[in-house]
Ligand binder design. Structure first.
Ligand SMILES: NC(=O)c1ccc[n+]([C@@H]2O[C@H](COP(=O)([O-])OP(=O)(O)OC[C@H]3O[C@@H](n4cnc5c(N)ncnc54)[C@H](O)[C@@H]3O)[C@@H](O)[C@H]2O)c1
Length: 391
């Protein structure tokens, strides 16, 4: 039998897996909510974002896109440019270089902004221009940054992370799965019988704890909030005191959003062979710098391709750090991040919120719609659409 064959890339795989965005894209081709509008975006340039940007373009938008610090993927930039999307982005850890890319986006005077961390809206206020309708902000950190600027911005800005759907679909379930997947991917070690301590029992920590428990680990939880700790107790986890948890853990995962959860002061208590990994946004939850420069470290062995550093200590214990303390699900070999489905849902919320902002362009807007959660009717619609696709 002579079957035709085709060889596709990961971008194609991700695109074909984003079923919600695919359906919205088909609808937008007819409804054209962004006809005549330019959308400026500042969000990670990686394959899942391609599906979102192509959906917005199907709705008639001209797109000018940049990424975020240290996450721009070269193949994604090439693909977007070939698809006719204007990209101003470099793969860089230098915030000045990245700042120039953000400036290039605002030079195009977009009608709508899709922001991630508040960079674009905050810069817009430095040099405002006529015609900005509003937009979206992806993260909690962006919401915290933009909230005090409400009076100055005074335009509709919808915060995606404040949707309950985002909280459970991404933060709880997808982060839990991808942190667990990262442990397996980087270490190739078993989870069975391991004592895993999760610091932080918010949405992300709940997912991490559940995934390790489901993989036959003995999981304990440490959280500074006694009510949250009680919730972990009722969920069946051990809730030892911090020091006891550290002493007994084979694996420690930080998921708090706070800093200095594990520091050099904890080193005498760390069990021999312990694996330290962080899932929180900032690489400051495990104080890797103070740990590595501690007098207790005799030798540091790195496995650069694997994203593992092993510290041999003066007490003959060895401590392994994954991903240098950065978000482990974006570290190490072939980092994939959160599941496509969770991002498909989050980006469907993005597409619907941007459509809503475009629809309100002729209404006079004030601070009442500025930096607010996703409207509940959009949450309901995205939930119904996802369920319908999965029945
Ligand atoms: N890796 C990813 O893909 C990904 C995705 C989404 C969010 N995040 C990040 O994960 C982190 C946690 O997010 P969340 O939504 O679960 O936050 P959350 O605010 O819901 O939960 C954080 C929990 O940590 C606890 N905590 C704070 N300080 C602590 C300390 N010193 N010791 C122990 N517990 C402490 C808090 O009481 C709270 O219960 C954030 O940094 C967030 O940005 C990562």
């Amino acid at each position: 039998m002579n079957k035709s064959q085709q060889s596709n890339t990961r971008i194609d795989w991700v695109g074909s897996s984003c079923r919600l965005l695919g359906a919205i894209s088909d609808e937008f081709k007819t409804t054209q909510p962004f006809a005549g509008l330019t959308i400026g975006t500042g969000i990670h340039l990686e394959p899942k974002t391609v599906a979102l940007l192509l959906t917005l373009r199907a709705g008639g938008a001209r797109i000018v896109a940049t990424g975020n610090l240290n996450s721009t993927q070269v193949e994604t930039v090439g693909f977007l440019r070939e698809s006719g999307i204007e990209v101003f982005a470099e793969t860089t850890m230098d915030s000045n270089v990245h700042g120039q890319s953000l400036g290039r986006i605002l030079d195009e005077k977009p009608d709508i902004l899709l922001d991630n961390g508040g960079d674009l809206f905050a810069r817009y206020l430095d040099n405002p221009y006529q015609g900005l309708i509003g937009g979206t902000e992806e993260t909690t950190s962006g919401r915290i940054r933009l909230e005090p600027l409400r009076d100055k911005l005074s335009m509709p800005i919808l915060v995606i992370n404040d949707s309950p759907i985002k909280q459970f679909a991404e933060n709880k379930h997808a982060v839990g799965q991808s942190i667990f997947e990262s442990y397996m991917r980087l270490t190739n070690r078993a989870t069975n019988g391991k004592r895993v301590t999760v610091f932080g029992y918010g949405a992300c920590g709940q997912g991490v704890a559940a995934c390790f428990r489901a993989a036959y680990s003995t999981v304990s939880v440490v959280d500074t909030n006694p009510v949250t700790t009680l919730a972990a107790h009722f969920d069946g986890y051990a809730t030892p005191l911090r020091r006891d948890a550290i002493k007994s853990a084979d694996v420690i995962v930080t998921e708090t959003g706070a800093t200095n959860i594990i520091t050099a002061d904890d080193m005498p208590d760390l069990k021999d062979g312990v694996i330290l990994m962080n899932g929180g946004h900032f690489p400051t939850e495990i104080d890797v710098a103070s740990i590595k420069s501690s007098d207790m470290v005799k030798k540091c062995v790195t496995y650069p391709e694997e994203g593992i550093e092993s510290l041999h200590l003066s007490n003959e214990h060895t401590v392994h750090i994954l991903g240098a303390g950065h978000m482990v699900n974006l570290s190490g070999p072939r980092p994939l991040g959160n599941s496509i489905e969770s991002m498909d849902i989050g980006f469907a919320l993005q597409a619907r919120c941007l459509e809503r902002v475009a629809q309100t362009r002729d209404l006079s807007q004030g601070t009442q719609d500025c930096v607010v959660p996703v409207p509940t009717d959009i949450d309901a619609r995205v939930a119904e659409d996802y369920l319908a696709l999965n029945r």
